[in-house]
Design a protein around this ligand. Structure first.
Ligand SMILES: [Zn+2]
Length: 338
C-alpha cells in the first residue's frame, strides 16, 4: 500500500510507492505503438478501466469521444485507502488516499502537445474543470491537480497522448506555497500577488506574449525553465471551477498560441503543462486558512519546457539555472508566424 511520509527538515511530503510499475528508462525501450498494444485508441474503449467522464461529438456513439477519463490502472493513490494520519516521534505518515485519473485527450496516439488545436485545448480544460468540480464533492479531498507530461524528460512514458488528474487528502505543497506567498502579499498591500505581476507585465510589455479577451500569456520575470510560459485570467479570478464557455474558448486559443510557438522555437520540446486551481474550502488545521482566499488566490496554468536534467548545483541549492532571459525569448516567440 502506498503512503505519504513527511520529511520535517524540508517541510515536504513524499509518496512511498513500492508497487509502482517500473517504467522503461528511455524511449528506445518502448515497443512500437500499434493498435494492438495501444488500449487508448478509438474503438478500444472496452479495454480501459470504467469510464468516469467523456466529451463526445455524439453521445450515442461510443467512439466519437474527444476526451475520456477513467481511473489510472496503476494509481499512485486510491480512494479506498483510508486517509489516516499516523505519528511516531518527529515522523508523520498518511495512507495513500486520493484519486488518480487518466485523461485521454486525443484520439491520435502520438499527437504532441505543441500541435494541439484551440478546440483540443478547450476540451482538455473543460474536462479538467468538470472533474475538479466532481472531485471537490468528496469531503475527504483537500486539493486536486491536473497536468500533462509530454516526452521522457517531462516524465511521460506512455506514448498515447494523455493528461492526469490527482486528488490529495492535503493541500499539495506547491499549491500551499502559492497560497502562503499570495496571502502574505495580500496582508501586506491588500492586493492579489498574481494581479500585481500581471499589471506589472502589462505596464512593461517586455514579457507579454499574447492578450486575449479573458487571458494573458507571459514569460514570468524569473522563469525556472527555458521558454517557461504562464497563462492566467487578466481580471482577478480565484475560481477555475467556475470557468465559463466564453472564457474556455479564449483559454483554448491562448494555449494554442503559446504551444504552437514553443513547438516551432524548441522543435516540439519535452514539456509539462500544469494547472494550479483553487482548493475546495474545507476545514483546515489552521482555523482561518481560507479567510479571504477568494481575494488573493489567482488560478493559472504553466507551460514548462524541459530541455535538460537538473545538475548538482540546482539540486543542492534549490536555485535553478536558466540560460535564456525571459525578455529575450518573449521577443523571439512574438516574432514567430504560425
Ligand atoms: Zn488576482
Amino acid at each position: 500500500m502506498n503512503e505519504f511520509r513527511y520529511q520535517p527538515l524540508y517541510d515536504q511530503w513524499v509518496v512511498i510507492a513500492p508497487n509502482r510499475v517500473r517504467k522503461p528508462s528511455s524511449k528506445t525501450e518502448q515497443p512500437p505503438q500499434t493498435q494492438i498494444n495501444d488500449p487508448f485508441m478509438t474503438g478500444f474503449e472496452s479495454k480501459t478501466p470504467s469510464e468516469i467522464y467523456a466529451i463526445r461529438e455524439n453521445p450515442s456513439i461510443a467512439a466519437s469521444w474527444k476526451t475520456r477519463v477513467f481511473p489510472n490502472k496503476f494509481p499512485l493513490l486510491a480512494l479506498e485507502t483510508p486517509p489516516v494520519l499516523s505519528m511516531n516521534g518527529v515522523y508523520s505518515s498518511i495512507g495513500g488516499f486520493g484519486a488518480h485519473e487518466m485523461v485521454i485527450d486525443q484520439q491520435k496516439p502520438n499527437k504532441h502537445l505543441c500541435l494541439f488545436s484551440a478546440e483540443e485545448f478547450k476540451n482538455l480544460m473543460l474536462t479538467f474543470r468538470d472533474r475538479f468540480s466532481a472531485l471537490y464533492q468528496d469531503q475527504r479531498i483537500a486539493s486536486v491537480m491536473a497536468f500533462k507530461n509530454q516526452g521522457a524528460k517531462a516524465g511521460n512514458h506512455i506514448r498515447h497522448s494523455h493528461s492526469q488528474i490527482v486528488a490529495l487528502p492535503f493541500i499539495a505543497p506547491n499549491l500551499a506555497k502559492q497560497i502562503e506567498t499570495s496571502r502574505e502579499h495580500y496582508n501586506r498591500v491588500g492586493r492579489c500577488l498574481l494581479c500585481d505581476q500581471i499589471a506589472g507585465e502589462e505596464d512593461e510589455k517586455l514579457r507579454v506574449l499574447v492578450r486575449g479577451r479573458y487571458f494573458i500569456a507571459f514569460a514570468p520575470f524569473a522563469p525556472r525553465y527555458e521558454f517557461e510560459t504562464w497563462i492566467a485570467p487578466i481580471v482577478h479570478n480565484g475560481a477555475f471551477t467556475q470557468l465559463t464557455k466564453d472564457a474556455l474558448n479564449d483559454l483554448g486559443e491562448t494555449l494554442e498560441w503559446c504551444a504552437s510557438r514553443l513547438g516551432i522555437a524548441m522543435e516540439n520540446p519535452d514539456i509539462n503543462l500544469t494547472l494550479f486551481a483553487e482548493p475546495p474550502k474545507r476545514d483546515h488545521r489552521k482555523a482561518d486558512y481560507f479567510h479571504h482566499i477568494d481575494r488573493f488566490f489567482h488560478w493559472h496554468i504553466e507551460l514548462l519546457p524541459r530541455s535538460r536534467a537538473s545538475d548538482g548545483f540546482e539540486l543542492s541549492s534549490g536555485c535553478l539555472i536558466n540560460p535564456i532571459a525571459p525578455e529575450v525569448y518573449a521577443s523571439y516567440l512574438k516574432e514567430i508566424v504560425v
